[in-house]
Design a protein around this ligand. Sequence first.
Ligand SMILES: Nc1nc2c(c(=O)[nH]1)N[C@@H](CN(C=O)c1ccc(C(=O)N[C@@H](CCC(=O)O)C(=O)O)cc1)CN2
Length: 284
Amino acid sequence: MTAQIISGAELAATIRAGLAEETAKLKESGVEPGLAVILVGDDPASHSYVKGKQKACAEVGIRSFLYTFPASISEEELLAKIRELNGDPAVHGILVQLPLPEHIREWSVIETIAPEKDVDGFHPINVGKMMIGQPAFLPCTPHGVLVMVKSAGIDIAGKHVVVVGRSNIVGKPVGQLFLREHATVTYAHSKTPDLPAVTRQADILIVAVGKARLIGPDHVKPGAVVIDVGVNRLESGKLCGDVDFDAVKEVAGYITPVPKGVGPMTITMLLHNTIEAARQLAVK
Ligand SMILES: Nc1nc2c(c(=O)[nH]1)N[C@@H](CN(C=O)c1ccc(C(=O)N[C@@H](CCC(=O)O)C(=O)O)cc1)CN2
């Protein structure tokens, strides 16, 4: 039996319709949600993601402001722009597209964003609040993964979740979000010996390493839920995930595709956070 496909694109469309209604209501009360997007350098993937974010903002009625800078911008100039946006009342959310050029310290940029405008959920205050279960902006990709799993009606409590990858923006926080839902969480990474033996224990396997088709059928327990966060561009120009989709779908119970899986949910959760930021800042 082949796996049931969890379509991020379909779920994102449904959620975005609801977000458009929320934006319309906020506008009736005199608040127009605004998102400032900062893009540094000329990485084609970053440009494409930012374009996707702006298009999605327009679709749900969020105003977006784009600030592009050459890769040669100094860290201080970038921080000055963020401080200016922190004080701009038309801007409710601020995001700096990652990755940044090497001479700019990512942590310094993230820490300069006002936590109440940190719609990426990367600021240490939001990360800390997430860890202890306080209300916070949740990081968009991990939150999108959680919403996808729940939307498929999958029970999380007591399940063994194996996360492959330990990045600050996906791997680490996605494990925390599933721990909050009472899963037993294991992190695996590049130094984990015998990766297939570990991933085969997973009821829910989440892969976020950026290595095309790393996970094959031998890594997956029959019937498991497989969530593929990787977006890798092959030499042919085709996109593929960290999971060998065609082979693994014959073993898994549920699987997400790439493209049209987790990616569209990342942007949807960003829209959700921006609307929430506007709502919270309006009552301050
Ligand atoms: N400030 C941030 N930077 C980065 C983040 C982030 O959440 N905040 N995440 C990633 C990139 N990313 C969002 O910015 C992102 C990645 C992929 C997609 C997406 O929709 N992918 C499509 C395929 C797109 C394509 O054709 O290339 C899909 O999977 O269907 C959206 C957003 C790193 N940086």
